[in-house]
Design a protein around this ligand. Structure first.
Ligand SMILES: NC(=O)c1ccc[n+]([C@@H]2O[C@H](COP(=O)([O-])OP(=O)(O)OC[C@H]3O[C@@H](n4cnc5c(N)ncnc54)[C@H](O)[C@@H]3O)[C@@H](O)[C@H]2O)c1
Length: 307
């Protein structure tokens, strides 16, 4: 069914409004650009003003006449998330693409004291989605796509140590944050169905795509050799960000996408056309999903108001 699906297959998005987090680079930028190319109004929700403005200018060069605007959003700061949601200017929100992410960083904390990977990849998006939920519920056919990763398979969440305070292993923390993305989608989809809402919560996995993601940590630590090795891997093994964005674009726009589905990069698991992706059993665990949800509400102070 998804055989050979590519960006040309994105249905017309005229009249639709999309928010893409982390839209200044990599998969987020391509996602924003292709949605805009199909006629969507796109808000580029980015942390850095300079990079956000640059991305907006680049997008307008690449898609002349596009309706694309940078809006500041720092997912590592709940005040910024609240400000973004409170000043959201449009009546409708058709697509919320929870794409921004960080990977394998040295231990750090967000402005609110959460471990950075859990805080940005999961909690920031949890708060953002909850605060924008009234707009999503008011928009027929709205979808929320969370960009997870095949790397979720390396770690289940540890509900007793969500901020990795007892022990921090950077890759495990990344895997946990990506499991949290999938558990969030699972529990959100369950809650939406129970409320009789037609909002679709789905997840995507880009495969291995050459972006800034892989070198952010090594650059932060000044590890030049490691950075070069990772860059070589990106050149030789990875697919371009254009291909990495396809599962997200598919989950966001293709007809027939199911709630709580996980679209990945095809049979090989790391590149190829969008297809249903394998996911670890623990990402569909109802009790875990509910526990993570309750903890996320407590940590962020954001309570979801489903009808
Ligand atoms: N590239 C891959 O191979 C790959 C594989 C699996 C999953 N992913 C996922 O894809 C998503 C996109 O990553 P990418 O590969 O395009 O990397 P990228 O580094 O190019 O993009 C990540 C984006 O997130 C933004 N971001 C980081 N911290 C933020 C914050 N505090 N507030 C707002 N924005 C913030 C960055 O500025 C950047 O724009 C991530 O969620 C990542 O985990 C990527």
């Amino acid at each position: 069914m998804t055989q050979g699906w590519n960006a040309r297959d994105i249905p017309d998005q005229s009249g639709r409004t999309a928010v893409v987090t982390g839209a200044n680079s990599g998969i987020g930028y391509i996602t924003a650009r292709e949605l805009a190319r199909r006629g969507a109004r796109v808000l580029l929700a980015c942390r850095s003003e300079a990079r956000g403005q640059e991305a907006q200018a680049r997008l307008l060069r690449e898609v002349p006449g596009a309706d694309a605007q940078f809006v500041p959003l720092d997912l590592a700061d709940l005040a910024s998330v609240r400000e973004f949601a409170a000043s959201y200017p449009h009546a409708r929100l058709d697509l919320l693409i929870n794409n921004a992410g960080v990977m394998a960083l040295p231990y750090g904390r967000t402005a609110d004291g959460f471990e950075t990977q859990f805080g940005v990849n999961h909690l920031g998006h949890f708060a953002l989605t909850g605060l924008l939920l009234p707009k999503l519920l008011d928009t027929p056919g709205a979808r929320v796509v969370s960009v997870s990763s095949g790397m979720h398979v390396i770690a289940n969440i540890d509900i007793g140590d969500l901020n990795s305070e007892h022990r921090y292993r950077r890759w495990i923390a990344y895997g946990r944050s990506k499991t949290a993305n999938l558990l969030f989608v699972h529990e959100f989809a369950r809650r939406l169905a129970a409320a009789g809402s037609d909002v679709i919560a789905a997840a995507a996995h880009p495969g291995y795509a050459a972006t800034n993601l892989q070198t952010a940590g090594t650059k932060m630590e000044g590890r030049a050799t490691a950075t070069r090795v990772v860059e070589l891997g990106n050149r030789v093994l990875a697919q371009p960000a254009e291909s990495g964005a396809l599962p997200t674009l598919y989950a966001a726009t293709a007809p027939g996408v199911r709630p709580d589905s996980f679209t990945g990069p095809g049979r090989l698991g790391w590149r190829g056309a969008p297809a249903p992706s394998w996911r670890a059993k623990w990402t569909r665990h109802d009790v875990s999903g509910e526990r993570l949800w309750i903890a996320s509400e407590q940590l962020t102070g954001v309570t979801y108001k489903t009808p």
